[in-house]
Design a protein around this ligand. Structure first.
Ligand SMILES: [Zn+2]
Length: 219
């Protein structure tokens, strides 16, 4: 029972949307016409330098399309702050710390001690549940600042939201076997029978749907 978010909404609500159907005891034909609630498990509300949509427009779109929960991230984290501070009725916000200030950080965050300081500073806000989405490829995950980030997440009971290949994910797990990883876009290149590692929550088929959006800005 999937209903895609319209293209306009997809411009900011990209990634793996976890779709939750409203439970009903009605007949199947009646159920199909009923509204569903959507938890968007991969939302970026980027403010670089300004948001494409104003906050009130975003919140209105959530209401219109029955998005009642979001895993919220942004570049920089200002967008996430705004979503949390809005305390919008009927919207559950699960904020994650993004290790990015600007788009260029996507390519270098894993070797930049300043970014690790950014993560620690953001964490002081007290409401974050994870770190990510971050991008990692292969041996770049070996970097000491990545290991520190993984350890920081474990110490502080945070999830890691990783857009990474399988080699990088294995390195993350090696850094700290207690790490809890949400594997973004798993469906890109891996068969489901390989997505079996403990503590890894794959985000497969639905990620693929959202990533296929022609208007999705990505990252
Ligand atoms: Zn993403």
């Amino acid at each position: 029972m999937l209903r895609m978010i319209p293209r306009r909404a997809m411009r900011f609500a990209v990634g793996c949307a976890m779709l939750v159907a409203v439970v009903s005891t009605a007949a199947p034909t009646a159920r199909a016409a009923e509204p569903i609630e959507i938890f968007d498990a991969h939302l970026h509300y980027n403010w670089e330098p300004k948001p494409y949509y104003q906050l009130d427009e975003v919140l209105a779109l959530f209401k219109k399309h029955r998005v009642t929960g979001i895993l919220a991230t942004s570049r920089p984290n200002t967008g996430t702050h705004a979503l949390v501070d809005a305390r919008s009725e009927g919207l559950q916000v699960v904020p994650f710390i993004r290790p990015y200030r600007v788009r260029a950080d996507v390519q270098s965050w894993f070797g930049d001690p300043v970014i690790f300081d950014l993560v620690k500073d953001e964490f002081k806000r007290g409401y974050y549940r994870g770190i990510g989405e971050f991008h990692l490829s292969g041996k770049s995950a070996e970097n000491e600042w990545v290991r520190k980030t993984v350890d920081f997440a474990v110490t502080n009971d945070l999830y890691l939201h990783a857009h990474a290949d399988d080699e990088a994910v294995e390195i993350l797990m090696r850094h700290n076997p207690k790490a809890r990883i949400i594997w973004a876009h798993t469906g890109f290149g891996l068969s489901t029978d390989r997505v079996t590692a403990r503590n890894i929550l794959p985000c497969g088929a639905s990620c693929r749907i959202a990533a296929a959006s022609p208007t999705a800005p990505g990252n």
